[in-house]
Design a binder for this molecule. Structure first.
Ligand code: BG6
Length: 518
């Protein structure tokens, strides 16, 4: 895959210039600077993923990692801290020798994101580590609170870290910025952030993260759809009755309550992860796996999603809040922040006209499961019946994204020795049994590797982010109070009624309960 190729399809003035130099295996000095280097994400995900990549020999030769944060740490303190993290959250326990080698390339620069002087210090440390060589490549990872995204990027620009005036990109090496979510809190703030990022970096240098895209099973969606001829002919309104995307979590908001109460489920999960999954299920087949083709096709789906304004949002959305949320530390006792959402969306195009897409996500639910269920239409004429007391279910296909990664296909079979009565059974594929010797890597491994290699396919373009905000904005403006629901359930009953209006019900083929999730 290459960030630089185009598919010739787009008639849009694409926001993706194609001038980045390619970054095939190189001996040029390459440095990854992690802003927020001591934070939760760096400790739990980034360093464990980087170490894992190092062990697999998938990092640029001699990659150096600099943690940048406010604490006053030495390089050795930081190495120890990260060693503890990789021991706790990664694979260090079995690989102490490899860690010793890896840790030699880890450094720390104490600094404040708002202080231009500290960027100057970072710059001289970088130049020292680069041994004054050029070209030298730099990846800046903004693993910091969203309010710092704009100022940090501006400081990267004014300090010269993002690019030296008068020097071309090829001479000085590539510069890229990885920006974590949430990217904005609504359309206006996302546009403003895109503008300020665009003053420093060109779009091809910006890697906006949605970690769902780094998940193997999410990428498998593309492989499943576009490498098998048997499903794609059915993948449309002629055969599909409805599509359901569930991302339920058992955990409550816990110690993230302060952040969560300001965000809520729409910003936290729907605007990004769920809409990403929807685009991958609904998109047209791209003609190449490059960043432009993929992202152009995904945004076409977002553009086709029907936008009914506040009334449409009220009619097609159920919000919920788990009982006990208001007692969480950090939550405003009068808060109406939703912790659950169920949505009915329509994609107004030739392929999907009239097919409801149901999205459901929430905290404190019955089970942690992320799955996509394609429910097919019933046969036009039925000659058989279900066993007395049973109900016949139409064919469905479930893509189980986590935790039990795999695929289930449900079909009708004859019950033996019971006349012509039928039952529904699943044919299943599970990654853990099919690929016994291969672990499924963490999403951040893939994303960090892609960012270092200059492949933006699994990152989000500015126009996508903005369009996703346009879709959810009426939901954010909703004045409806969320329905209370019991923790440990599948959300408020109103979410079931939403589907019942169309004669549907929530399906779950992947989770422990294996049926219904309702
Ligand atoms: C994050 C959200 O983006 O995704 C969290 O901020 C959520 O609230 C998490 O728990 C879910 O990710 P995963 O990979 O566990 O499904």
């Amino acid at each position: 895959m290459s960030a630089d190729s185009t598919d010739g399809l787009s008639t849009e003035p694409t926001t993706e210039p194609t001038t980045e130099p390619t970054t095939e295996p190189t001996t040029e000095p390459t440095t990854l600077v992690i802003f927020g280097g001591t934070g939760d994400l760096a400790r739990r995900k980034l360093l464990p993923a980087l170490f894992q990549l190092g062990c697999k020999d998938r990092l640029p030769e001699n990659l150096k990692i600099i943690g940048f944060a406010r604490q006053n740490l030495t390089d050795d303190n930081y190495r120890d801290l990260m060693g503890d993290s990789v021991r706790e959250f990664g694979s260090l326990a079995h690989r102490t020798d490899e860690w010793a080698m890896f840790a030699k390339n880890i450094f720390f620069v104490p600094g404040d994101l708002d202080s231009p002087g500290d960027y100057a210090k970072l710059k001289s440390r970088l130049e020292f580590l680069e041994e004054g060589r050029q070209p030298a490549n730099r990846l800046f990872y903004l693993s910091v609170a969203p309010r710092f995204f704009g100022p940090a990027v501006a400081n990267l620009g004014s300090s010269g870290l993002a690019g030296e005036p008068g020097l071309g990109r090829v001479e000085q090496g590539w510069r890229r910025a990885v920006i974590e979510k949430p990217f904005g809190r609504d359309l206006d703030s996302a546009q403003a952030l895109n503008e300020s990022v665009g003053r420093v970096f060109d779009e091809s240098q910006v890697y906006r993260i949605d970690h769902y895209l780094g998940k193997e099973t999410v990428q498998n969606l593309l492989v499943f759809r576009f490498s098998n001829t048997i499903f794609e002919p059915l993948w449309n309104r002629n055969y599909v009755d409805n599509i359901q995307i569930t991302a339920s979590e058992e955990v409550s908001v816990g110690d993230r309550a302060g952040y969560y109460d300001q965000s809520g489920v729409i910003r936290d999960m729907v605007q990004n992860h769920l809409l990403q999954l929807l685009t991958m299920v609904a998109m047209e087949p791209p003609n190449a796996m490059d960043a432009n083709s993929l992202r152009n096709h995904k945004i076409e789906v977002l553009r086709a999603i029907r936008r009914g304004g506040p009334e449409g949002a009220a009619r097609n959305t159920v919000l919920g809040q788990y009982k006990g949320y208001l007692d969480e530390t950090g939550v405003d006792p009068g808060s109406s922040t939703p912790t659950f959402a169920a949505l009915r969306l329509y994609v107004d195009n030739w392929r999907w006209q009239g097919v409801p897409f149901y999205l459901r996500t929430g905290k404190s639910m019955a089970e942690k499961v992320t799955e996509i269920v394609i429910q097919f239409k019933r046969p036009p004429h039925m000659m058989f019946s279900a066993a007395p007391g049973d109900e016949l279910s139409p064919n469905s296909l479930a893509l189980c994204l986590q935790p039990d990664e795999g695929v289930h296909l449900r079909f009708g079979v004859k019950i033996p020795d019971q006349g012509m009565f039928m039952d529904s059974k699943d044919m299943s594929f599970h990654y853990d049994s099919a690929f016994k010797d291969q672990d499924i890597p963490e999403a951040y491994e893939r994303l960090l590797q892609d960012a270092l290699e200059g492949d933006a396919s699994l990152f989000i373009r500015s126009d996508h982010i903005e369009q996703a905000w346009r879709i959810v904005e009426p939901l954010l403006d909703s004045k409806n109070r969320p329905h209370p629901y019991e923790p440990g359930t599948w959300g408020p009953e109103a979410a079931d009624r939403l589907l019942a209006e169309n004669g549907h019900k929530w399906l779950g083929l992947c989770g422990a309960e294996d049926e219904g999730h309702a």
